[in-house]
Design a protein around this ligand. Structure first.
Ligand SMILES: CC(C)(COP(=O)(O)OP(=O)(O)OC[C@H]1O[C@@H](n2cnc3c(N)ncnc32)[C@H](O)[C@@H]1OP(=O)(O)O)[C@@H](O)C(=O)NCCC(=O)NCCS
Length: 162
């Protein structure tokens, strides 16, 4: 997928500074994932490993005519799966505080608002100390976070039980 292909979705999905930043991020971010329907690109996500163990969803956007059909959730689940297999412990995303669609999408996968004075993620909270400057969380946005792959928990298959 050529990254340019995602530009119309970003123009359709964001205005003002978000549009400017989303377009800029599209060409700078490490991972861009897309969803196609037939030949058409209908959704896109932009993902970054911000630090060892820390994933960041910069943007998820779905073409406005294609919303509420599961594409955003597909992209978010794909992002979480990638971060999980990269051994991320925590994943962050920023959302406008009045963007109900975005808050519900992330909330449905366990994300919650990270308070500004919250204990850091290394200390058991979700606080993103030292990382916010890389995230571009602007006024009017909230930082969301979810813990995945919690340290100390691992699952393993056991031999057949008798
Ligand atoms: C947020 C966005 C990506 C959701 O994409 P989508 O493909 O419509 O989302 P889905 O169909 O996968 O919906 C998943 C869940 O998100 C929530 N949701 C999505 N749109 C919603 C809306 N308009 N109102 C309330 N909840 C909504 C619901 O919980 C939904 O689950 P449900 O359909 O089982 O109720 C899309 O609205 C969008 O591109 N918005 C503009 C860009 C943006 O704000 N991106 C997010 C910040 S980076």
């Amino acid at each position: 997928m050529a990254r340019e292909e995602a530009v119309p979705i970003l123009i359709d999905s964001f205005v003002g500074i978000y549009r400017w930043h989303a377009k800029r991020t599209l060409f700078r971010v490490s991972i861009v994932r897309g969803v196609r329907e037939g030949d058409d690109l209908i959704g896109v996500s932009m993902l970054e490993n911000l630090a060892p163990g820390v994933g960041y969803v910069y943007y998820i956007a779905v073409a406005s005519a294609q919303r509420r059909r599961g594409t955003g959730r597909l992209l978010l689940d794909d992002a979480l799966e990638r971060f999980r297999s990269d051994h991320a412990e925590i994943v962050y995303a920023a959302a406008e505080e009045d963007n109900l669609a975005s808050l519900a999408l992330f909330g449905g996968r366990g994300f919650r608002v990270v308070e500004r004075d919250e204990m850091g993620y290394q200390e058991g909270g979700l606080g993103a100390w030292g990382l916010r400057s890389k995230m571009m969380v602007v006024s009017g946005e909230v930082l969301l976070g979810v813990r995945i792959n919690p340290p100390g928990t691992s699952i393993a298959l056991v031999p057949p039980l008798g």
